[in-house]
Design a protein around this ligand. Structure first.
Ligand SMILES: *Cc1c(COP(=O)(O)O)cnc(C)c1O
Length: 379
């Protein structure tokens, strides 16, 4: 007997039953049956699909979670996970900076349903005071943050949330499970945009959440209703990307550290944000809670916004594209792209100045990337 080494792609929207009795039994299951292997309870692909579940189980293993769920995009994962738990009148306390789509979802979508989102300040005692006072339903963070790579203490934040009756959610897209496992530090839910490093090749969109069964179960119920489940082919592609996640993240992280060290000493660079540099404010915590500091870094170019854009335009190996985590190195100027619609005052507070450059490091050799930046940067 032999078996395929890869999971089959179940291109099927429905599952048929041998007898009416079997169908009635399956349909009567109001809740998900958490079975692995055989797909005894599969009924309809908006609920569950064996290929999608294969991916979900792989991520659950990587994140040290009981269960995981896959979605058509990172935003679908974020929106579904939050909507599974909030009701009108609730509040969500977030890290000072979040992914743009998440900020917009909280600020202009959830707010219409009477759910308020409040950003905490970097200062931990102020965050503590805010959570104690507002008693949020969810404490929702990112670490490292986009685009200034700040690090938050995961264990402290999770226990602070729990102390005040809140759930602790984290968007772990930047770190990936290869470098950081927030559930081990007490977080209730880990969220990913699989479009980034999990897929890893800039060719597929997806999102994932992982956590304990009592947390994941209501999200499954909500996914069934909102219909954001991942497509089976996309699930296969993300699964395939995840086979090399650890190798890619290790290499990309090493290259990022090399680049950060190069940038740190370059006369055209004012400051480098990278939690792998010993003098970075995030270093002490990152070196405890992350296996490696990751593939993302940003720096302040010695020049105006226009000069920064011109420098970016001189790059050959860094592609000008607003994503991250893939095999190809990417560059953006956050002030004019991802954070263009953030009010200038907020941008200043978050350190997103016009000369800030964000890099996502891919698999190119370090010297190729160093040479590329070196030829592009001019005093
Ligand atoms: C890209 C991204 C998202 C959104 O994911 P999509 O797959 O684009 O919907 C959420 N969080 C972070 C940190 C991201 O980088």
């Amino acid at each position: 007997m032999s078996h395929p080494i890869n999971p089959p792609i179940y291109w099927s929207s429905i599952f048929m039953f041998d007898t009416s009795e079997d169908l009635i039994q399956a349909a009567a299951q109001a809740r998900r049956r958490f079975v692995d292997g055989e797909t005894a309870s599969d009924l309809y692909t908006r609920w569950d699909n064996p290929t999608v579940r294969y991916l979900e189980q792989s991520l659950a293993t990587l994140e040290h979670a009981e269960e995981a769920l896959a979605f058509g995009s990172g935003m679908a994962a974020i929106a579904t996970a939050c909507m599974a738990f909030v009701t009108s009148g609730d509040c969500i306390v977030t890290s000072p900076a979040l992914y743009g789509g998440t900020t917009e979802f909280f600020g202009s979508f959830l707010s219409r349903f009477g759910v308020e989102a409040l950003a905490m300040e970097k200062d931990f005692s102020k965050a503590q005071a805010l959570i104690a006072e507002r008693k949020p339903r969810i404490v929702y963070i990112e670490s490292p943050t986009n685009p200034t790579l700040e690090i938050f203490p995961l264990r402290e934040l999770a226990s602070l949330a729990h102390e005040h009756g809140a759930l602790a959610f984290i968007d772990n897209t930047f770190a990936t499970p290869a470098l950081q496992n927030p559930l081990d530090y007490g977080f209730d839910l880990v969220i990913h945009s699989a479009t980034k490093a999990l897929g890893g090749h800039h060719d597929v969109m997806g999102g994932l959440v992982a956590g304990k069964r009592p947390i994941v179960d209501p999200i499954w119920q909500t996914r069934k209703l909102l219909g954001g489940i991942l497509d089976p082919l996309a699930a296969y592609m993300i699964y395939r990307g995840m086979q090399t996640l650890e190798v890619r993240m290790t290499r990309q992280s090493e290259t990022a550290l090399g680049l950060a060290r190069f940038l740190e000493t370059h006369p055209c660079v004012e400051q480098v944000h990278y939690p792998g540099l010993e003098n970075d404010p995030g270093y002490p915590i990152a070196s405890v809670q992350m296996k490696k500091p990751g593939s993302m870094l940003s720096f302040l170019y010695r020049g105006t916004g226009k000069e920064t854009a011109a420098m970016i335009d001189r790059l050959h190996h860094f592609h000008r594209a607003g994503s991250l985590g893939g095999v190809t190195s990417l560059v953006t100027q956050p002030a004019t792209t991802s954070h263009l619609h953030v009010p200038p005052e907020t941008r200043r507070r978050l350190g997103i100045t016009d000369n800030l450059v964000r890099l996502s490091i891919g698999l190119e050799p370090l010297n190729v990337l160093v040479d590329d930046l070196n030829q592009a940067m001019r005093l």
